[in-house]
Write a protein that binds this ligand. Structure first.
Ligand SMILES: NC(=O)c1ccc[n+]([C@@H]2O[C@H](COP(=O)([O-])OP(=O)(O)OC[C@H]3O[C@@H](n4cnc5c(N)ncnc54)[C@H](OP(=O)(O)O)[C@@H]3O)[C@@H](O)[C@H]2O)c1
Length: 273
């Protein structure tokens, strides 16, 4: 399998590290191109990737072409591809640029197999959640190969494209880190030193995750188990309920989703012009 990258910035590096660690692809079979030439050299020096002379050369060499330019550069890149008209036969283009619909490339190359993928930040260390959508031209065989590739970054989930915007909100780590921080500060408030509070909060989260993993589809059952009638846990849950804890969590996801959707809708509108 040969891979190409148009844009060799941070996300290209994250995907590259995971793919190389998985042993699925050899470094020299990864071809890159970037308008920032010093970055191409850096990626060659660091990982032994092949620097291609042009976008056409990357596309010619690769079975899978990742587009890893920033979202505000994606329109220009699509214009460039429209001009150079590369031969995409039997290849898959994967757009990583956040919020950019597959339609941007599909309108120019109607027969092209296109995927859109959203790896979340823990993908950096191979523990990511990767939301992936495919257009109708991607074969089952190509889907299976790509899901294996994305599993190298953690765990990949296949969704309809509209749901990718939802995944942007639900797989973002910020609200999770905010909850961890609140746990640490709560222990601090009650007199435990910062270091102990951090390590105890971490241990609690880690232990809870392991328990959850054993009955992953039954979070309500876990809460039932921990809720002794009249006990401490039910009092704590009552305090969360009084402040509409779940509603706040849901609102933060909805906010993230609507911001991403507004961005995608604006791109779709500009494609109509
Ligand atoms: N980083 C993440 O963890 C992550 C996760 C999920 C999704 N994403 C998405 O992935 C996209 C890229 O993010 P990133 O963090 O990798 O950005 P980045 O580090 O800025 O890398 C993008 C690279 O593409 C180059 N480039 C821009 N236009 C180009 C063109 N027409 N042809 C070739 N190269 C071009 C840029 O060069 P210049 O700097 O000279 O413009 C830059 O070196 C964004 O939309 C981001 O939202 C990132």
């Amino acid at each position: 399998m040969k891979i190409g990258f148009i844009g060799s910035g941070l996300i290209c590096e994250i995907i590259t590290q995971n793919i190389l660690n998985s042993g699925l692809v050899k470094a020299e079979d990864i071809h890159i191109t970037d308008i920032f030439k010093a970055r191409e050299n850096e990626m060659h020096e660091r990982y032994g990737l092949t620097v291609a002379a042009s976008k056409i050369d990357v596309i010619k060499a690769a079975d899978i072409v990742f587009v890893c330019v920033r979202s505000d550069n994606a329109m220009d890149l699509a214009g460039e591809l429209r001009e150079i008209q590369p031969d995409f036969s039997n290849k898959v283009l994967i757009s990583i640029s956040s919020g950019i619909p597959m339609k941007l490339y599909g309108d120019i190359f109607p027969d092209l197999a296109i995927a859109r993928a959203l790896p979340n930040p823990p993908s950096r260390i191979g523990h990511g959640v990767v939301a992936v959508a495919f257009n109708k031209n991607v074969s089952d065989e190509q889907k299976a190969m790509l899901m294996q590739l994305f599993d190298s970054m953690g765990k990949a989930y296949m969704l309809d494209e509209e749901k990718i915007n939802v995944a942007t909100a639900t797989t973002g780590p910020a609200p999770v880190y905010a909850f961890f921080q609140a746990m640490v500060e709560s222990a601090l408030l009650l007199g435990i030193d910062y270091k102990s509070a951090s390590h105890m909060a971490f241990g609690t989260v880690e232990g809870c995750l392991k328990v959850w993993e054993r009955q992953i589809d039954d979070i309500a059952g876990l809460l039932r188990e921990t809720s002794t009638p009249g006990g401490i846990s039910v009092r704590q849950l009552y305090a969360l309920e009084k402040r509409a804890f779940k509603a706040i969590v849901k609102e933060n996801y909805e906010e993230g989703w609507s911001r991403t959707k507004a961005y995608s809708d604006a791109i779709r509108e500009s494609l109509k012009k």
